[in-house]
Ligand binder design. Structure first.
Ligand SMILES: [Zn+2]
Length: 381
């Protein structure tokens, strides 16, 4: 009995050992991957070198020597001549912070400047903005209020009147490989759409695919050096006077507005407009015949609006013009306020939505009929 038992024991021990080894190896692999993906943010500078915690982000410029925020609209001449004391390193520094658990958190301005001592304890995001980070157009990614106008020197937070994805960079050391140097340094802050370098003048315009990355890059590269010990002058670019660029920007904004409209309207409207809803098409064929056998109204007739519209739905809202307009306007104001609260839509998108809603008589009528004026009106009739 003893020899077979020993054999068995030996075999099973051997088996178990092999199993353990595989399990351990797999666990190690999984842990490694998870750690790399969900790594806590690290402190960028030693907290002990800071006198105290930086105060909340209230101003435009954080003066690390005085440990306070200064100025909304004036930039200290002295500060603009001084090299940044640290620089953000996205690959090494980014990671999760307390802010990742909270929806709508803003990005850490200190992180962008490479001087946040808080690491994972920070209440702002320590990573690069991506396409899914959407903020109210009135604030930048750091949560700072934008202004109606740019500063005279094009510094600061910028304007909410124009979506600006292009930063101006001056005082670049002029070298043979200036284009490569600029591209290499600025690629760290997000996807770049276009770079224009004025080689002999040491000036570059960098356009990011997303406004958020331009905002981040502007802070990350202010007063930094590229391959030489220059002190960069980073500003917002003024609007490109090139008509091609302006047309391109206009088209981009239109596409964005259309996308916002698509998201804001009920799915069945979109499907009907884009001809993707077979039910709606059948309905249109029946209703759009206007009693004429075999006749199918073309879109511009079917969707036409006005007091003379063939479609009864298109005439609605034009019968009681003044009162209706009042109600439409108040409903639109309420909607606009709501959209602004949600903070998703740009002014362009809002304008587009209001324009689009104008062409849907039935929907507007339904909203308006709940108003008190309608009841009054039907009584007087
Ligand atoms: Zn931070």
């Amino acid at each position: 009995m003893a020899p077979p038992g020993t054999d068995e024991g030996g075999a099973s021990t051997a088996l178990t050992t092999t199993n353990n080894e595989t399990t351990v190896a797999t666990e190690k692999k999984v842990k490694k991957i998870i750690r790399r993906k969900k790594r806590p943010a690290r402190a960028q500078i030693d907290p002990s070198t800071m006198k105290s915690e930086p105060p909340p982000q209230t101003g435009t410029i954080f003066n690390i020597w005085y440990n306070k925020w200064s100025g909304g609209d004036r930039e200290d001449k002295y500060l603009s001549q001084t090299a940044a004391i640290s620089r953000c390193n996205i690959a090494n520094d980014s990671g999760y912070t307390k802010a990742d658990k909270i929806n709508g958190s803003y990005f850490c301005l200190f992180f962008a400047r490479g001087i946040c001592p808080k690491g994972q304890e920070c209440e702002y995001l320590h990573r690069l903005p991506g396409i899914h980070d959407m903020f109210n157009p009135n604030v930048d990614v750091f949560g700072r209020d934008k202004h109606s106008d740019y500063r005279d020197d094009m510094g600061g937070v910028g304007s909410f009147m124009r979506q600006n994805r292009t930063i101006y960079v001056g005082r670049i050391h002029v070298s043979e490989d200036i284009e490569e140097v600029v591209a290499r340094h600025f690629a760290e802050w997000g996807q770049i759409e276009r770079i224009r370098v004025l080689n002999t003048r040491g000036v570059a315009f960098i356009t990011y695919s997303n406004e958020a990355n331009a905002q981040f890059a502007k802070e990350a590269m202010a007063h930094q050096a590229l391959d030489h010990s220059e002190i960069l002058n980073v500003r917002w670019a003024t609007a490109d006077p090139n008509p091609m660029a302006q047309a391109r920007e206009a088209r981009r904004i239109e596409e964005q507005a259309a996308e916002a409209v698509r998201r804001a309207l009920p799915a069945e409207f979109i499907a009907e407009i884009e001809g993707r809803d077979p039910e709606a098409r059948k309905r249109k064929r029946i209703e759009g015949g206007f009693g004429l056998a075999g006749y199918e109204a073309p879109d511009d007739v079917y969707f036409a609006r006005g007091s003379n519209a063939v479609n009864a739905a298109g005439r609605e809202g034009f019968e009681l013009e003044d009162e209706q307009r009042l109600m439409i306007e108040s409903a639109e104001l309420a909607e606009k306020a709501e959209a602004e609260e949600n903070g998703i839509l740009s002014d362009n998108a809002l304008a587009a939505i209001q324009g689009a809603q104008g062409s849907f008589g039935p929907k507007r009528k339904a909203a308006a009929s709940s108003g008190p004026l309608v009841a009054y009106d039907s009584d007087s009739d």
